[in-house]
Design a protein around this ligand. Sequence first.
Ligand SMILES: [Zn+2]
Length: 163
Amino acid sequence: MSKPTKTELTKYRALLERQLASLRGDVGSMRDEALRASEKDASVDHLADQGTDNYDQGFMLGLIENEEETIQLIEEAIDRIDGKGDWEFGVCPMCQEEAEGSKKKDAAKKDKDAGKKAAAAKKPAKPAAKIDTWIPKPRLEYLPWARYCVRHQEAEERNRDSA
Ligand SMILES: [Zn+2]
């Protein structure tokens, strides 16, 4: 895997912007609909109808919540592309953490071997050298707002489910 090129970043950004606009539109119209449903509730005296309306509304609010979550992920991804995010776009921060962890272990080993060389190796680490921290491009094409690689995304979802 490799760092996304400028051209790729431009493409991902366009995808994200488009998705963001369409989700914002969706959420807006779903809100209107949920609102209309609740206004109707107030004027309708059929209890059965009210039951379905409440159900629809709950369903709709769930959808809105999901979409708002995605909107937030997209906004964060755009920030990352613009260099304003918490990490570089296209990097899996958890892979990066692992890479940094194993680098420290390497440095410790060298410390034992040769003292002077280790001091040089300890200089502020430049971008993770060998270990691949880039999210595979096919994943970014499909899900440009992905925060993690597939492996870490799954780990994250397991965490969330058990929480
Ligand atoms: Zn990862």
